[in-house]
Structures are given as C-alpha cells and as structure tokens.
Write a protein that binds this ligand. Structure first.
Ligand code: X6L
Ligand code: MG
Ligand code: MG
Length: 170
C-alpha cells in the first residue's frame, strides 16, 4: 500500500516536433498539474534539438519535469499515455513526428523491467536531449546526479544533437 499514501519523486522527459511545440509542452504540464495525485515540483529549460533516430523530421523542443505523485509508476505511465492521446498524438511512423511525447525516466529509486515499463529509462544516459534538461531539475543528492551532470555539461558545450537553449519557463 506504499504508493497509495506516500508521494514519490519522478522525472518525466517531454518532446514535441509538430505545430506549436511550446504550446504542447505547456499543455502537457498543465494537464499533469491538474491531476489530483500529481504535483509539478520543477521545470527545466526548454531546448531545441536535432531529431535523433529518424532524422528526416522537424527539430524538437525537449524538456524534463520533476513531479511528486502518489500514483504508482505504472499508473503514472498510463496517465502520460492518456495525455499524449488528449493532445492529439497519433502514432504513425516509429520514431516519427509527434505533438507530444512523455517518457518516464526515473521513479524514486525504482529499478524495474516489465513488459509495460523499464526503469530507469534504458536509453536516457545516451541522449543529450534528455540529459541536458534532466540536469536542470535532477536532485543533487540523486544517485545519478554526478554522472548526469558530467555528460550533460559536455553535451551542451559540444552542442551534441544540435542542442541549444530555446527558452526558460517563468
Ligand atoms: C541508432 C538507432 C541511434 C536508433 C539512435 C535514438 C532511436 C533515439 C530513437 C537511435 C534512436 C530515439 C526525440 C528524437 C525521437 C526527441 C530528439 C528516440 C525516439 N524522439 N530526437 N527522436 N528529441 N531530438 O524527443 O528517442 S524518436
Ligand atoms: Mg521519447
Ligand atoms: Mg515515448
């Protein structure tokens, strides 16, 4: 019954490369924040990044948020998927353009591998578009902080994945 009473800290990566990208990011934040069991506690800068994986698509805006939630990790993931659908995400091409993508990176210090969800996110340490905004918001006492900081600072310096600061949300 742990998760029904205890708020857990989680980190969610967000990306958009269709239409008014900043609008979709703000809509996703607002929708998460309106959920009774989710509180937004930190919001990273927004970065513009070159598409990775499938490169023939528009550039992305990427950011990461920290939330506190009484939802379990699978329940939080389902909420993220619901928001992707509410904001008009249509899964056409794998790795293709999307109004909004919400990826659960970290949930407390949980490690898990189920068919639904793998935590920590298995590819997060390889992606500048995840690590640079994660470094903005990750708790300095988190087990991964020093590793994230080192990779993120170098990636931003080298403009890995074309990463550049887009804007800072209030
Ligand atoms: C080889 C093969 C090397 C595949 C990389 C990397 C595939 C990332 C998919 C890969 C490979 C992904 C975003 C993106 C996507 C995003 C930026 C993905 C899934 N999402 N590029 N590409 N931002 N900049 O949010 O992450 S598609
Ligand atoms: Mg993604
Ligand atoms: Mg995703």
């Amino acid at each position: 019954m742990t998760n029904s009473v205890t708020a857990m800290k989680a980190y969610i990566a967000m990306g958009s490369n269709v239409g008014d990208r900043e609008h979709w990011l703000r809509q996703a934040i607002d929708t998460l924040d309106r959920h009774n069991a989710i509180e937004i506690t930190k919001v990273s800068n927004i970065y513009e990044t070159d598409p990775v994986g499938y490169t023939e698509q528009p550039s992305f805006l990427n950011m990461v948020i920290e939330v506190r939630t009484t939802l379990s990790a699978p329940a939080l993931l389902l909420e993220q998927l619901a928001i992707e659908q509410q904001l008009g995400r249509v899964r056409e091409v794998q790795w293709g353009p999307r109004t909004i993508d919400l990826d659960l990176l970290l949930y407390d210090n949980v490690s898990l591998e189920s068919d639904l969800l793998v935590l920590p996110h298995p590819r997060m340490m390889e992606r500048a578009f995840v690590l640079v905004p994660l470094h903005d918001v990750l708790s300095k006492v988190h087990l991964l902080y020093n590793e994230v900081k080192g990779i993120a600072e170098e990636a931003l310096q080298l403009r890995k994945e074309g990463i550049t600061l887009w804007t800072t949300i209030n």
